[in-house]
Design a protein around this ligand. Structure first.
Ligand code: PLP
Length: 501
């Protein structure tokens, strides 16, 4: 990111005599890659200077200003610093640059001497030319989400801070209404995190100690932990080896007189096959809780995940497709009774302050997180589309390698929370990618039934061989709304070099 000092902006726009063409290249580059910033503290001066001294260029300036991202000038100033004493304008620009970790491009020599962030455009040019081709590729660039939405987030956080409502209240209400509509569900209740969403949903479905709940053997441990938190017993069912999701044809064999609920997980952002699961539940009088923690926006048979089963549990952990800037969770459902029960359970078992109907919990969605989620919900479809483009590139380009690529059934519209491949020498592939500066992750290295946390269930290696094989071979490639083309190409090239047939 680059913040343009006033002298640089003026020289470029007025095309000052003798100014090198490379400076306009820099500006075009920064604008193209959405890396061009101006500080709010500059706007007044810049407009004034153009209006007063460079009238003919005023319209050009306004167009340029519109294309830049405006970054706030913080109020946390320290007037004692040397830069503040030398030049207050420069000091405020530096404060803004610090907010987004930007470099400042300036012709002002004194500014360059006084500030670690300020640099001459010539040095920028040299740096860009000398840059080696490959840059490190993170698994997911979370900071970039903040940078893209910084203005909207700032506004929404300010709104909450100024509202005086810091627990539940209008921001949470608004998010719940918007997220329910997005998920094509009638109700949404915000809770503190995804694990609580699962736990409270199970309680709302009437799960009691000693009951059995069917869970995938191939999932993140949270799905199992929620069952255990109710004193119930997780009963694992193997996945379909192609889709990684619970295999509906294996569910009935796991049902006993004590079974109460089935929890399909829409793992990696791909919906589980809900129709046969719902048919089995109906036949046996069971309830269905969907774990949607990885599937914000995905569709099953054309309808969004949100209310296919009795209730869906959501996580807004920062790395999720719809992620907060801290913990957050929710449930969605079409059933008003389930929504009402969770609404009471999340708030000390209370509907009216100091009147407690049941022994509840403190598990409320934070209004600051709700405000951020409202901003991010607006771009969720666009960001999911960016993920889908990356997934399509991977699937197209990696088809002739010896990697096993994801399978998408015709009824599924996944949202590519993760792009998971399999390789029998997974560790070697991961090391080769790491050597090329590419970060990958494993979702997940140890299945829940082999975790020490579940030693008391006495499962042994070999009990769930499909899940175990998946856990041994899977590797998640970098994917996210801010992974650019060059990054995708680099991942593909590295994989072709290491995992060729
Ligand atoms: C499948 C699944 N279920 C549940 C959770 C729990 O969510 P949280 O971390 O918000 O508690 C997660 C996320 O980590 C998850 O991936």
């Amino acid at each position: 990111m680059y913040l343009f000092d006033n002298n640089f902006v003026i020289d470029i726009i007025t095309n000052r005599e003798g100014i090198s063409e490379k400076y306009s290249d820099i500006v075009i580059f920064c604008l193209k890659y959405k890396q061009a910033y101006l500080s709010t503290s500059q706007l007044h001066n810049l407009r004034f200077v153009f209006k007063k001294h460079y009238k003919d260029y005023y319209q050009d300036y306004l167009i340029f200003e519109k294309k830049c991202k405006i970054i706030k000038t913080p109020s946390y100033v320290d007037f004692e610093t040397a830069l503040a004493e030398m030049d207050m304008d420069d000091y405020l620009i530096e404060l803004s640059a610090q907010v987004v970790n930007a470099k400042i491009l300036t012709f002002d020599k004194k500014f360059i001497v006084m500030s670690n962030l300020a640099m001459h455009p010539d040095d920028f040019y040299q740096l860009a030319l000398s840059k080696t081709e490959s840059e490190n590729i993170p698994f997911l660039d979370l900071k970039a989400t903040q940078q893209e939405l910084s203005t909207e987030l700032e506004q929404s956080f300010d709104r909450v801070l100024n509202s005086g409502w810091y627990i539940l209240g209008p921001e949470v209400d608004a998010f719940e209404a918007e997220f329910a509509a997005y998920c094509e569900a009638k109700h949404c209740v915000g809770v503190a995190n995804g694990l609580d969403a699962l736990h409270l949903a199970l309680l709302a479905l009437g799960v009691q100690p000693g009951d059995e709940v069917i869970v995938p053997s191939n999932t993140y441990i949270a799905t199992w932990l929620a069952v255990s938190q109710c004193g119930a017993i997780p009963v694992p069912v193997e996945p379909d080896a192609a889709t990684y999701n619970i295999d509906p044809t294996r569910i009935e064999a796991a049902i006993t007189a004590r079974t109460k609920v089935i929890i399909p997980v829409h793992l990696y952002g791909q919906p589980a096959d809900m129709a046969p699961i719902l048919a089995i539940a109906r036949k046996h009088g069971l309830r269905v809780l969907e774990d949607g923690a990885q599937a914000h926006g995905s569709r099953y048979q054309g309808k969004r995940i949100g209310a296919h089963g009795d209730v869906v549990a959501w996580s807004f952990y920062p790395g999720k497709n719809l992620g907060a800037y801290g913990d957050g969770g929710a449930i969605t459902t079409d059933d008003p009774e389930i929504a009402d029960r969770i609404n009471v359970l999340r708030n000390y078992g209370s509907r009216v302050k100091y009147v407690n109907e049941v022994r509840g919990f403190n598990s409320r969605l934070d209004p600051l997180q709700a405000a951020a989620l409202r901003v991010k919900l607006k771009v969720l479809d666009e960001w999911n589309a960016r993920r889908a483009n990356i997934a399509a590139r991977y699937s197209h380009e990696l088809v002739n390698t010896d990697l096993i690529l994801p399978t998408v059934p015709t009824w599924a519209e996944p949202v590519w929370h993760l792009y998971v491949v399999q390789h029998p020498q997974r560790e070697n592939v991961q090391k080769a990618l790491q050597a090329a500066g590419i970060s990958t992750l494993i979702h997940y290295p140890i299945p829940p039934h082999l975790q020490t946390a579940y030693a008391e269930l006495s499962f042994a290696e070999g009990d769930f061989p499909i899940a175990e094989r998946i856990h041994q071979n899977v590797l998640s490639l970098p994917i996210g709304p801010h992974l650019d083309n060059a990054g995708v190409e680099a991942v593909i090239a590295a994989l072709k070099a290491t995992a060729n047939a």
